[in-house]
Design a protein around this ligand. Structure first.
Ligand code: ADP
Ligand code: MG
Length: 355
């Protein structure tokens, strides 16, 4: 093999580049939906309605009542790196919105059939645009045919059909649509708890009832009651801690030592984005082992706001993980606070039983 002439290096066709990039950003139906939820919340929506067919592979539709999109912006919507949220790289250090790279919709349009219907407050009608990856003249890949006028109320409806239709290996990786639907409900449930003032509802296509329905006026505790159950909602302790030196503020609701589950539930938001952090999870679970019987697990909802200048949201294409400075110090302070709160409740119980 070593005496073979090297194969020539060639530039990949743009279509292949786009598909590869899209597959790194949109890895599953639930993570496509997460991007769409974040876009709707960024647009100031207070009502999100979600419709799902076949675990999101056949259909993912999200309708919001946010500010909508200007007709003039529709041709740009699914171009890569088009966004209304940042202008300079430095803007990433003060980012207040969920999105920032302008890649989610572009990615989805490369690996699904995407239709956008939107109406701003100023527009007299709604506009509907269709985006495709195929070279259908006169539509070029990533572009839209002229938007069509249609009836509609203010806000945006994004319809994603046949996700991964042109990425067969990825599509085949999703064996069970009920498993995918469970993951979709999981991510909607997380945002339903976190996004106070926003109503969420999710329906399975063809079914009359809703799988999840959270009204906008509900308190945090009632959001947890609706999404999870009353047992946990009745046993929550609020906590809050801030620290100027490490530039962060954390608050949330955590289960008391009287509550235990077989599996732990972790809702972690960093700067209002649902993320995973093994370090934070392990640290907090460690605190609970001092308070719970062996094998018993807690419920933790933690919203962490860190000075955007200290966070690197750009470490992972799916934005699933974020890096931040002084992680160890911040986790220690949160652990101490949780231990204090759990201990305080414990003491009052003991006191009550003694008296
Ligand atoms: P990003 O969120 O990183 O800017 P996206 O590809 O997710 O990139 O979205 C591109 C742009 O489309 C956004 O910057 C926003 O202007 C617009 N947009 C997307 N979804 C909505 C929505 N639901 N309502 C209003 N505008 C939207
Ligand atoms: Mg976005």
């Amino acid at each position: 093999a070593f005496n073979r002439a090297p194969p020539p290096i060639r530039a990949l066709h743009q279509d292949v580049v786009n598909k590869i990039a899209a597959g790194e950003i949109i890895v599953s139906p639930w993570n496509a939906l997460k991007e769409l939820i974040e876009n709707a919340v960024d647009a100031g929506a207070t009502t999100l309605e979600i419709l799902v067919k076949d675990g999101g592979l056949k259909l993912l539709q999200i309708s919001d009542n946010g500010h909508g999109i200007n007709k003039a912006d529709l041709p740009l919507l699914c171009q890569r790196h088009t966004t209304s949220k940042i202008k300079e790289f430095e803007d990433l250090t003060s980012i207040g919105t969920y999105g920032f790279r302008g890649e989610a919709l572009a990615s989805i349009s490369h690996i699904a059939h995407l239709t956008v219907t939107t109406k701003t407050r100023e527009s007299s009608c709604a506009w509907k645009a269709y985006y495709t990856n195929e070279n259908l003249t006169p539509i070029k890949p990533g572009q839209t045919a002229d938007p069509k006028a249609t009836a509609g109320k203010q806000g945006t409806q994004i319809t994603v059909e046949d996700l991964f239709y042109n990425v067969p290996t990825r599509r085949r990786a999703f064996r069970s649509s009920s498993e995918e639907y469970a993951k979709i409900l999981d991510i909607i449930g997380k945002y339903s708890v976190h996004c106070k003032g926003v109503a969420f509802c999710c329906k399975k296509y063809g079914e009359a009832g809703t799988s999840l329905n959270v009204q906008s006026h509900l308190s945090m505790v009632d959001r947890i009651r609706t999404v999870f159950n009353s047992a946990v909602a009745n046993d929550l302790i609020p906590f809050e801690v801030a620290n100027d030196r490490w530039g962060f503020r954390a608050d949330g609701l955590i289960s008391s030592a009287n509550y235990s589950a077989k599996k732990s539930t972790f809702l972690l938001f960093i700067n209002h984005r649902s993320v995973e952090s093994t370090a934070i999870r392990k640290g907090i679970e460690g605190v609970y082992t001092q308070f719970l019987p062996k094998g018993a697990k807690p419920f933790v909802y933690l919203s962490l706001d860190i000075d955007p200048a200290r966070v690197d949201v750009n470490v992972h294409p799916t934005k699933r993980e974020v890096g931040f400075l002084n992680e160890d110090e911040i986790i220690e302070i949160i652990k101490d606070e949780i231990a204090t709160r759990l201990g305080a409740v414990d003491t009052s119980r003991t006191f009550m039983t003694q008296s």
